[in-house]
Ligand binder design. Structure first.
Ligand code: GUN
Length: 296
């Protein structure tokens, strides 16, 4: 396969963010204020802090207002719910997210359930999830939304294709498997959702026209598991030790990139693939919230 087979999520997200910025400027003119996103973060998880910083930077670049609410690790579930309820009714806030994972003493389901679906720009609330599953207008979760946007903008035909999803998380594997199978422009695929109990995983993967890997195991998908011409979407962002770097680590995906790239017709790199698209989807959802496009 040619080496010209990268899906450049960083470049694509730059293009879409510029489209979002233009829309945000229009909203600002019409209603006198920019769309506003608030991110709530509890504790000191370095990866979460880095993601939230990225989201806030993206807001600044897109002419959005943003705010980060940082709470200590010791915050109780009740106190966090109080913060969520305040944001639900704060009219200056169009959408907000509570960064996951939360400390072990907080039940994240209870937090997600407390978020008003109209402001749930992560698309994690069961109301948004249920609407998505039924093909109704809903905030789509950011990573799956980013993936379908990439497939659409790169003109990947999904109809009638065999799509194998690796991993059944609530925020990636399960929703992307629903989106890929629904009747829509990007969709109509025959989807197999695989997980830790799947038998003959290699055979399943070798049948796939499209692989979406979201299991969080570095370099899990190897060259012998994929067929020639496969389209590979790598959602994994795994830190592996690398003493040659100042940080002491490097980021790798769930896919053994170079060897699989040689067989793929299209593949996303890590970093620079799905990650930047995720942030872009969050901004897009916030824009939809500000415009009242999903909920009036
Ligand atoms: N943790 C990892 N990904 C996400 C995400 O998309 N949203 C939130 N809130 N937390 C996350």
């Amino acid at each position: 396969m040619s080496q010209d087979n990268l899906i450049d999520g960083k470049a694509l997200s730059g293009i879409i963010r510029e489209e979002i910025r233009v829309e945000a400027e229009k909203i600002k003119e019409e209603r006198g204020r920019s769309p506003k996103l608030v991110a709530v973060i509890v504790g000191e998880n370095p990866a979460s802090q880095s993601y939230v910083r990225g989201k806030v930077r993206a807001c600044d670049a897109a002419a959005f207002n943003s705010e980060t609410i940082k709470l200590p690790d010791s915050t109780s579930e009740e106190a966090l719910i109080e913060v969520v309820l305040k944001l639900n009714t704060d009219e200056s806030v169009d959408g907000f997210i509570v960064q996951l994972p939360l400390p072990d003493h907080i039940n994240s389901d209870n937090i997600i359930m407390a978020i008003d679906p109209k402001k749930d720009v992560d698309g994690f609330h069961p109301v948004n999830f249920g609407k998505m599953a039924q093909g109704l207008p809903a905030f789509l979760p950011a990573t799956p939304f980013g993936i379908i946007t990439m497939l659409e903008r790169y003109g990947v035909e999904t109809s009638g294709k065999q799509c194998v999803v690796l991993g059944r998380s609530n925020i990636v594997g399960t929703p992307i498997s629903i989106l890929m199978s629904r009747k829509a422009k990007v969709g109509n695929a025959t989807v197999t959702l695989t997980h830790s109990r799947t038998k003959n995983l290699k055979e399943e993967l070798r049948r796939a026209d499209i692989i979406i890997a979201a299991i969080g195991i570095p370099n899990f998908v190897t060259e012998d598991m994929v067929k020639d011409g496969v389209v590979v979407i790598d959602v994994g962002i795994n830190r592996v030790e690398d003493s040659s770097r100042k940080s002491g680590y490097k980021l790798v995906g769930d896919v053994d990139f170079e060897p699989v790239r040689n067989k793929a017709s299209l593949i996303t790199p890590v970093p620079g693939g799905v990650g930047p698209m995720t942030v872009c989807s969050l901004l897009w959802n916030t824009l939809l919230a500000a415009k009242g496009s999903i909920y009036k």
